[in-house]
Write a protein that binds this ligand. Sequence first.
Ligand SMILES: NC(=O)c1ccc[n+]([C@@H]2O[C@H](COP(=O)([O-])OP(=O)(O)OC[C@H]3O[C@@H](n4cnc5c(N)ncnc54)[C@H](OP(=O)(O)O)[C@@H]3O)[C@@H](O)[C@H]2O)c1
Length: 301
Amino acid sequence: MADLTGQLAFVTGGGHGLGRAMAIGLARQGAEVLVASRRPGPLLEVVQEIEAAGGRAAAFPADLTDLEAVREISRQITERYGALDILVLSAGGGRFLSIEETSPEEAAAIMASRYLSAFYVIRLLIGPMLKRNRGRIVIIGSSFAWLHSFNVAYKAAAHALFGLAQSLETDLYDTNLQVLYVEPPPIRPLTTFFVHNPGTAQRLPAFYWRFTWTADQLVARVLAAMASGRSYVSHPLVRLLRPLYPLMAGPLLWFSRRQFPSPADGGPISGWRQSAAETASDGAPAEAEPALSSLGEPSGR
Ligand SMILES: NC(=O)c1ccc[n+]([C@@H]2O[C@H](COP(=O)([O-])OP(=O)(O)OC[C@H]3O[C@@H](n4cnc5c(N)ncnc54)[C@H](OP(=O)(O)O)[C@@H]3O)[C@@H](O)[C@H]2O)c1
């Protein structure tokens, strides 16, 4: 894996889950790491963990869907640190909901937390990277762009991120800036993603739980891809299913529908719809989040 000593990384969503794992992984390779997400507490914990291990880090608490907040962070980073070497976009999330469960406000919040935050951050921080003509942009998407589930807004945001990555790659073709698009499968042990997006673990078709990575495996794959200059990291299952989809859309949908939990496991689907509609969310973080341990692991998979 590459030695990142002397490199400066900025990680969105760095307070939790994959962003946190990426921040710590980059710091272990020698990078100085700046982390951003809304709640200051988890960000400071990450900074302390990196510093306790001898690394360098700083926290930038902000709502990255707020353009003015991103402008301010960009100004501070550029003035204090100069150009970034590595930019990791991992902020955001979204519940897995069907169309009638998804309020227009929640759809906008999901798209903003995933796609717009990534766009704003790249747009406002890429200038110095382009000027220096060096750097790496890592976009954390989702394998659920390609796998069936009830997630009309989350899936659309994942496709938006894929489009952003592919378009950026075209855009940056003649530069020394590289784009790495990452499509994680479900992460196990469960990350805080499943706390922040309640009900989601119950909505993954059973067989997807056989194709999980740990957060550490994800980080190792991303670091290896960065070292070898690859532009795409995904689970082999997704790489297999993606080309099959246009040829076998009907059979794949039929197979996926059979994989959803039975009524005994928390179905039927109409029951989920009711419970999700009752807990509509506007995307704002809860003041106090439930402990990850309160979720338990998905059963029977
Ligand atoms: N975990 C998985 O199994 C998995 C699998 C495939 C894909 N993914 C994708 O990878 C992404 C990261 O997953 P994760 O497991 O790290 O999720 P997570 O544990 O929920 O972390 C998401 C991070 O984004 C931050 N965030 C959310 N909205 C934000 C906003 N508006 N501005 C700034 N920061 C914001 C959150 O902190 P605050 O709430 O404090 O802002 C948190 O630090 C997810 O969006 C998901 O689509 C995850």
